[in-house]
Structure formats: structure tokens, C-alpha cells
Design a protein around this ligand. Structure first.
Ligand code: XMP
Length: 520
């Protein structure tokens, strides 16, 4: 199901690390964008009928025979194209220009000298002046295709910005999507508003109306829908959207897998049931999940087992309510963006998020994913539009497999209990310090190692607890949160004093990448 019938900018991904950042800027500019890997771009042009296209960067070299290409027909569609870095190179190659590795590499800060005024630079960059931009290239354009002119140069790159203004084709060697390129975001906005001429604004208010009418169309007049409620914002937003769309034909199911945080299940049930007139079933399946994880240490196995059991429980409950035709889940856009794979090799799965893929094949039930076009921060805006309780909106994200992926190695009830206690103390201190909202996500991890300590003149040999806190916009990249050292000391002291099985606390200062937010 897609709720999108809005003017769209297609971003063709050639494998750059920065492609998602481009999509973010386009969305932030109020224009709907989708990323497709270059292999699917031909179909996407037909399916989406984009109003404009952005070609991403890439680790490849455009002059190599096997290098990934844009569909050639893109250049005959009479729609504007912006090529960024490799995107500029491949557009040149495909239109008859030339690219070489000529030794004029530029990495990091450079200066763009504007050689001609252009709608791309309108309002912030003027002919004859130089501006800081961010470059990252070893190859360069050395001959332009017919119809193109140079609109910007740098010390080492003659074709740092090029344009065929008649056809609306623009190429830039620098990266406007990174914040080191001053006014890069405005350049992207000029491409969207002034060059493509887009007006159709992507807002969560119009998304809500579209989503509701799409759900009604898809579900029809009679079908029943079940929705797994986790206590997080995504599933709560899905539930509210569905309730608006189909009323009491929705049944929410909260499956307690035994991996929830201290008092979490009771709290979620009480707030949800106290606020909304939506049918909610509470299923305690903790024994089922705990038994299935006996002897399992691999993070991927844990995730797969937990994902599979959720399906079993949903199937069972669907049967009990007399058959549901649809299962609704809060899958988000970052989960469905296909990664680029080169040479036909499959892209690497970092983690199997339990709410993506796998379900439809096994379940005799159709899947509704009304948030699959949204980034996390967009879901937060939608949640406010829907009047969702602040309790759900402000909550830090929590993974479906819960504390099971915060107990690296074997998961036992003893470890879960210890982790719950430590986590509750950390959260309590975060709330007391008034920093909960400044942090994107915070949690504790119970390490599967014991270390020696000394308490009250006695030797201790207990677990290590790691504290994690990150800041992020959408969970795709993250930086560790800079806690105050006194705060960390306070949390460590409380955890060690109050949780008898932990005698050491460490703080995780890894950003994402190279780390992920969760440890498993
Ligand atoms: P990672 O660890 O991949 O996590 O950097 C990114 C964000 O996703 C959350 N997460 C999950 N959410 N099901 C979910 O609904 C899952 O299986 C899952 N695994 C990770 C994680 O907490 C972070 O916010």
C-alpha cells in the first residue's frame, strides 16, 4: 500500500553514503522524495513519474565500462536532473562528455568560484565570488556534453558546476547535502522550487488525510484489522490512523514478550486504554519467548526467533477474534529503503528488524504499513497532528526484540531482571536531570562478562553494565550524547549500590556509524 500521489523527486542511488541525507533535505524542504537503487531506476521512472531527478554520488568511477548508470531514457523525459559528484560524472558520460582520473583530487573544504549566475545559486551565490563547499572526488569531468556551460569552478576542477539550462540539467562536483557546504540546502531548494517548479507541499496534515483514505480503500467496508501495539510511537500512530479510518474494526494487541522494561506493559495499557476508545488485548507470552531463546547467543538468531514468535501470537489472536484480514505495523521508510548492491551481490543485512519482511509469506493475512513512507521525525509530527498523547510522542524508541538485544549473549530471566533494574535507575536519573527530551534514545546494556571489584572490603565478581545515550534525527546516523561526568558518576554509583549483581558501569561513546545504536 502506498499513500503517495504527490509530486515526487526521485533520487537515484549509486551507492553513496550521503544519499539518505539528500532525501532528508528534499523532505525538509516540503517536497516528497524517494530513493531507488540505480538497478530499479528504470521501473521507478515509469511507476513514480517524478517531476525531477537527483543522481547521487558513488564509490565507482564513471569512466569504467561496468560503472552504474542512470536509465538513458531519463534524459529524454524533459524533467530537470541534478547530478551530484558521481551523478554529475555519469550524466556527462551518458550525454557524450568525458570523465577521467586526472590527479585533480579534492577531499574536504574547497572554494567554488561562481562563473555565471544561475537559478541554482539564486539568492545566495553571485558571479565573480567564491564560496566554501565540500568536495570528495578523485575523478573529474574533463569534457562537457553538448549544451552544457560551466557555471562554477574550483582551484582544481574546471567543471565544478555545470548547467544545460535549456534542458534543466545541472551537475555539481561538490556535495550540497553536507553542512560544510554553506548554503548547500538552499541550492537543493532552488533545484526543487525554481528549476523543477514544485509547489505541492509534503506535510503531515495532507499525509494524514491521504493515509486515512488509502486505509479505507484498502481495507474495504467489512474487514477486521489487528495492530501490534508495542508502546512506542510508531505503532500508536498506526493505531490512531486506523481507528480514524475504520473505527471499531480495529483490535490492538500488546504482546508482552518478557523483554519489556520495568512496569512498561502496565503503563502502556493504562495510558492507552485510559485515553482511547480502542479495543486492546494484552497477551502475556513471556514464557513462550524465553523458552525459545534458551541457548541462543547470536543476535540475528534472537531477532529472527522473536520476529517469528510475534507472528505465531498474532495468528493465534487473529483466529480468536474470528479472523482478521489485515495486520497493521509501524514499518518506517529507513527500513524499506533498498540498499545498493554492486556486481549482483546482495546488500549486507546489518540487523533484521522484526517488523520488516517475512510476514506476508507465512501469515495468511495482508499487511498494512501506513507509515512506510515516513522518517521517524515525520512520524513525530504526524503523531502531534493526530493528537497522540505526549507520553507516546516523547518516548525514546524501543526495539521490537526489546531487552533481549540488550543482553548480549545468552538471555536469562536473571539477566533481564538485573537489566530492568539498572535501566530504571538510568531513566530515573535522566528524567530528574531534565535531559530526557534532549536525548534521542538512552538505555543500558548488560554485558556478558563479570569483573572484579571491591565493596565494603569484600571482593566482588559481578556484571558490567554499559550506559548508552545518543542524539539523532531519525536513527539512521547518531552521535553519542555528551553526558555531564558528574551525572555519569551519579548513575554509576546508584546502579552499583542498588543493583547487587552489577559492580562496574561504563559509558558507550561510539557514534553510528561505525557503531549501531543497539548493541545487537
Ligand atoms: P540500530 O541499532 O540499527 O537501531 O542503529 C536504529 C533504531 O532502530 C531501533 N531498532 C528497532 N526497532 N524493531 C524496531 O521496531 C527492531 O527490531 C529494531 N532494532 C533496532 C533502535 O532501537 C534504534 O532506535
Amino acid at each position: 500500500m502506498s499513500v503517495i500521489d504527490i509530486d515526487t523527486v526521485l533520487i537515484i542511488d549509486f551507492g553513496s553514503q550521503l544519499t539518505r541525507l539528500i532525501a532528508r533535505h528534499v523532505r525538509d524542504a516540503g517536497i516528497y522524495s524517494e530513493i531507488v537503487p540505480f538497478q530499479s531506476a528504470e521501473d521507478a521512472l515509469v511507476r513514480i513519474k517524478p517531476k525531477g531527478v537527483i543522481l547521487s554520488g558513488s564509490p565507482c568511477s564513471a569512466f569504467e565500462r561496468e560503472s552504474p548508470r542512470a536509465p538513458q531514457k531519463l534524459f529524454d523525459l524533459s524533467i530537470p536532473v541534478l547530478g551530484i559528484c558521481y551523478g554529475e560524472h555519469i550524466m556527462c558520460v551518458q550525454l557524450g562528455g568525458r570523465v577521467e582520473e586526472n590527479g585533480n583530487r579534492e577531499f574536504g573544504r574547497a572554494f567554488l568560484k561562481v562563473e555565471a549566475n544561475s537559478p541554482l545559486f539564486d539568492g545566495f551565490w553571485e558571479k565573480g565570488f567564491s564560496y566554501p563547499v565540500w568536495m570528495s572526488h578523485g575523478d573529474s569531468v574533463i569534457a562537457l556534453p553538448k549544451g552544457f556551460d560551466v557555471i562554477g569552478t574550483s582551484d582544481r576542477t574546471h567543471f565544478a558546476a555545470i548547467a544545460d539550462e535549456k534542458r534543466g540539467f545541472y551537475g555539481i562536483q561538490f556535495h550540497p547535502e553536507v553542512h560544510h557546504t554553506i548554503h548547500g540546502v538552499r541550492l537543493i531548494q532552488n533545484f526543487l522550487y525554481k528549476i523543477i517548479g514544485l509547489k505541492d507541499r509534503w506535510t503531515m496534515a495532507n499525509y494524514q488525510a491521504r493515509a486515512i483514505s488509502m486505509i479505507r480503500e484498502e481495507v474495504g467496508e467489512k474487514s477486521q484489522v489487528i495492530c501490534g501495539l508495542s508502546g512506542g510511537i510508531d505503532s500508536a500512530v498506526v493505531a490512531l490512523l486506523l481507528h480514524k479510518a475504520i473505527g471499531n474494526r480495529l483490535t490492538c494487541i500488546l504482546v508482552d514478550n518478557g523483554f519489556m522494561r520495568k512496569k512498561e506493559v502496565e503503563e502502556v495499557i493504562s495510558i492507552f486504554s485510559g485515553t482511547y476508545d480502542i479495543s486492546l488485548l494484552h497477551i502475556n507470552a513471556s514464557d513462550l519467548f524465553m523458552n525459545a531463546l534458551k541457548g541462543v547467543t547470536s543476535p540475528e538468531k534472537k531477532r529472527k526467533i522473536i520476529g517469528g514468535l510475534f507472528i505465531d501470537v498474532f495468528e493465534e489472536e487473529a483466529r480468536k477474534i474470528g479472523g482478521a484480514d489485515f495486520l497493521a505495523q509501524g514499518t518506517l521508510y529507513p527500513d524499506v529503503i533498498e540498499s545498493v548492491s554492486f556486481n549482483g551481490s546482495p546488500s549486507v543485512t546489518i540487523k533484521s528488524h522484526h517488523n520488516v519482511g517475512g510476514l506476508p509469506q507465512r501469515m495468511n493475512i495482508k499487511i498494512l504499513e501506513p507509515l512506510r513512507e515516513l522518517f521517524k521525525d515525520e512520524v513525530r509530527i504526524l503523531a502531534r497532528e493526530l493528537g497522540l498523547s505526549e507520553y507516546f510522542i516523547a518516548r525514546h524508541p524501543f526495539p521490537g526484540p526489546g531487552l533481549a538485544v540488550r543482553c548480549p549473549g545468552l538471555v536469562t530471566q536473571e539477566k533481564l531482571d538485573i537489566l530492568c533494574e539498572a535501566d530504571a535507575i538510568y531513566m530515573d536519573e535522566i528524567c530528574k536531570a531534565g535531559i530526557y527530551k534532549a536525548i534521542w534514545q538512552a538505555f543500558t546494556v548488560l554485558l556478558p562478562v563479570k569483573t572484579v571489584g571491591v565493596m565494603g572490603d569484600k571482593r566482588t565478581y559481578e556484571y558490567v553494565c554499559a550506559l548508552r545515550a545518543v542524539i539523532s534525527v531519525d536513527g539512521m546516523t547518531a552521535d553519542f550524547y555528551h553526558h555531564d561526568m558528574d551525572f555519569l558518576g551519579r548513575v554509576a554509583t546508584r546502579i552499583i549500590n542498588e543493583v547487587s549483581s552489577i559492580n562496574r558501569v561504563v559509558y558507550d561513546v561510539t557514534s553510528k556509524p561505525p557503531g549501531t545504536i543497539e548493541w545487537e
